[in-house]
Design a protein around this ligand. Structure first.
Ligand SMILES: Nc1ncnc2c1ncn2[C@@H]1O[C@H](COP(=O)(O)OP(=O)(O)OP(=O)(O)O)[C@@H](O)[C@H]1O
Length: 282
């Protein structure tokens, strides 16, 4: 459904995407991860036809540059930075529903489920909403329509914890009908929502892990860790995962396959403290 072949992108002389090839098929839910400036947003913007690029991209068989309008009506998109729209919220909901051939009430219901009380805001310009309010409305617009491709660029970055939880539940409900590409820095949050992780580093794909496929038939992993020095937060984390300290600084525990990605994502926050990590299939 999404086909990216040998795509490169430069801003002036600065190469931001370097020969990216990536196919995303029906049933795939992809976390796009990578550090600041890795190229995630640029790849998404190329995918949506916003930037020109070298190489080939098709979305649902269409070139997003030459069929931008059709591609945009097909993709539910949440941008990282909300557009500076002056349109009042009520009008924006009607407009978005019209463009996406959707029912405005669907957008309203989803937005309100995320905790945004819409009636007092309907006449307020979108640009004057808070960051979290804008994000809730943009999520409502993206999910409140029939689309088989969801592209979400840091969609939960401005949401409070309660709204994040509801958003992830709404997303799971929608995922059966759509492929998803979600860029985020919080792989631990996404781990249960995705079955593939693609990591970008300096515009190149450095990891492409089809998690679910590889985990089939592997019920549990034995994990051994050694840490440089005791750090209370890491000790709490390992205790929470029911690890035991076998010798000072040496920890042992078991991770189920379903939890492997989430565990590694959480552990990566303490990478500087770890001197050895091993995972062995049991
Ligand atoms: N419009 C632009 N003009 C010039 N350079 C740009 C432009 N957009 C992005 N860049 C540069 O491209 C590189 C990749 O940026 P991009 O926004 O794609 O990264 P990202 O992985 O999404 O980062 P973050 O996690 O911080 O959002 C950065 O070095 C950035 O400065």
């Amino acid at each position: 459904m999404i086909n990216i072949e040998q795509v490169s992108k430069c801003f002036k002389r600065h190469a931001v995407l370097d020969n990216i090839t990536l196919q995303i098929q029906l049933g795939e839910h992809v976390a796009l991860v990578g550090s600041n400036g890795a190229g995630k947003t640029t790849l998404i913007r190329c995918l949506l036809g916003e930037y020109c690029y070298q190489g080939t991209i098709t979305v649902g068989g269409l070139n997003p540059r030459t069929h931008r309008q059709t591609v945009l009506t097909r993709v539910g998109f949440v941008p990282q930075l909300p557009p500076p729209l002056k349109m009042p919220v009520g009008q924006l909901i009607q407009f978005a529903a019209g463009v996406c051939h959707s029912d405005p009430q669907r957008i309203i219901d989803l937005t309100q489920q995320l905790g945004l009380e819409l009636p007092p805001l309907l006449h307020r310009p979108f640009v004057k909403l808070s960051g979290g309010q804008k994000q809730k409305l943009l999520i409502g617009i993206a999910l409140g329509r029939d689309s088989d491709i969801l592209v979400l660029d840091e969609p939960a970055a401005n949401l409070d914890p309660a709204a994040r939880r509801i958003f992830f539940e709404l997303l799971v409900a929608r995922q059966q009908q759509a492929i998803t590409l979600i860029s985020s820095h919080r792989l631990d949050e996404l781990a249960r929502l995705v079955n593939r992780v693609v990591e970008l580093d300096s515009g190149k794909i450095v990891l492409d892990d089809r998690v679910a496929d590889q985990l089939e038939g592997m019920p549990e992993w034995l994990c051994h860790l050694t840490v440089r020095y005791p750090e209370p937060a890491l000790t709490t984390l390992l205790t929470h995962w029911q690890f035991e300290e076998t010798n000072p600084g040496s920890w042992r525990g078991a991770i189920t396959s379903a939890d492997r990605l989430r565990f590694l994502a959480v552990l990566s926050r303490y990478a500087g403290l770890l001197t050895q990590v091993s995972l062995t299939e049991r």
